[in-house]
Design a protein around this ligand. Structure first.
Ligand code: CP
Ligand code: NVA
Length: 310
């Protein structure tokens, strides 16, 4: 088992299923018995180079609910790679804390942290991946559909970090993943290569279409995310123009089965990638998924932070 959580690709199917099983169990335990002290006295250092509501709160609340604490580091103060090398920061943090949670622009920065840290490094979103989001989605789909294998998920939007991690979840669990995006916004060749290996091994399928209507046909869930991710602000006008036909609205939903669910990683730009009526409909489970971020990440912390490790 990888010591870190950087991408889902680095993990085995059994490990992914292990995270999901534990997440269901600790959600149930938390709702019936409240907090426990499995990580009593343990600490996680959190580095957020980009804004966050969900990820930051759920890691901090999660650590507290497990009897530990999270320390939020101001990225401007520690200036990773500038004030000191990433290696030296990783060496130092590893002497004090039990986990490092990092949200960075560059994916390489997180992999470099992981290369040098002797404590687990957890990817809290990079430009390329958002594994914690995908785990929370997996839990949410299992809650609503009772399984993952064989389900069809249509990701309508950018082939971005969230799409990459969700496609990896699908590849590990035998789902059918469809990316519906404008031409030129597909996932990178490198990501697709990793995905194809997963789908070949585990079943399911990977399809790309440039037609949103065709993409949602037969879908069990339509997923979307912002058209302009953090750090891409300069491309906002151009991307918004290209993505207009990919809005998740009532017209698009009418092309999917009546029982098709909808989700979004949030924050949503309502009126752009999704309409208010769809967000507010009973089919939209995005807040269930947001809730499950808490449980999924507690499961990750419990799996990766080894009690008595020191
Ligand atoms: N979905 C998600 O990661 O939300 P935040 O950016 O608010 O953490
Ligand atoms: N793709 C979005 C996800 C935000 C949680 C971004 O990177 O900004």
């Amino acid at each position: 088992m990888s010591q870190h959580l950087i991408t889902l690709l680095d993990h085995s199917r059994d490990e992914i299923e292990g995270y999901l099983d534990l997440s269901h169990a600790i959600k149930k335990e938390y709702k019936t018995q409240g907090a426990n002290d499995a990580l009593k006295g343990r600490t996680a250092a959190m580095i957020f180079e980009k804004p966050s509501l969900r990820t930051r709160v759920t890691f901090e609340a999660g650590m507290v609910q497990l009897g530990g604490a999270a320390i939020n580091l101001d990225p401007g103060q520690i200036s990773l790679g500038k004030r000191e090398s990433v290696r030296d920061a990783a060496y130092s943090l590893s002497r004090w804390v039990d986990a490092i949670v990092a949200r960075t622009f560059s994916h390489t920065l997180v992999t470099e942290l992981a290369r040098h840290a002797s404590v687990p490094v957890i990817n809290a979103l990079t430009d390329l991946h958002h594994p914690c989001q995908a785990l929370a989605l997996g839990q949410t789909l299992q809650e609503h559909r009772g399984k993952l294998a064989g389900l069809r998920l249509a990701f309508v939007g950018d082939g971005n970090n969230v799409a990459n991690s969700i496609a990896e979840l699908a590849g590990h669990t035998g789902m059918h993943f469809v990316l519906a995006c404008p031409k030129g916004y597909e996932q990178s060749a490198e990501v697709v290569k990793g995905l194809q290996a997963l789908f070949t091994k585990n079943g399911g399928s990977y399809t790309v279409t440039n037609d949103a209507g065709a993409g949602v046909r037969g879908a069990d869930m339509i997923y979307t995310d912002v058209w302009v991710s953090m750090g891409e602000e300069a491309q906002a006008e151009e991307k918004s123009r290209h993505f207009k036909p990919f809005q998740v609205n009532a017209e698009l939903l009418a092309k999917a089965p009546a029982e098709c669910l909808v989700s979004h990683c949030l924050p949503a730009h309502v009126g752009e990638e999704i309409t208010q009526d769809v967000m507010d409909s009973a089919r939209c489970v995005c807040f269930d998924e947001a809730e499950n971020r808490l449980h999924a990440q507690k499961a990750v912390l419990l799996k990766l932070v080894k009690p008595g490790r020191r």
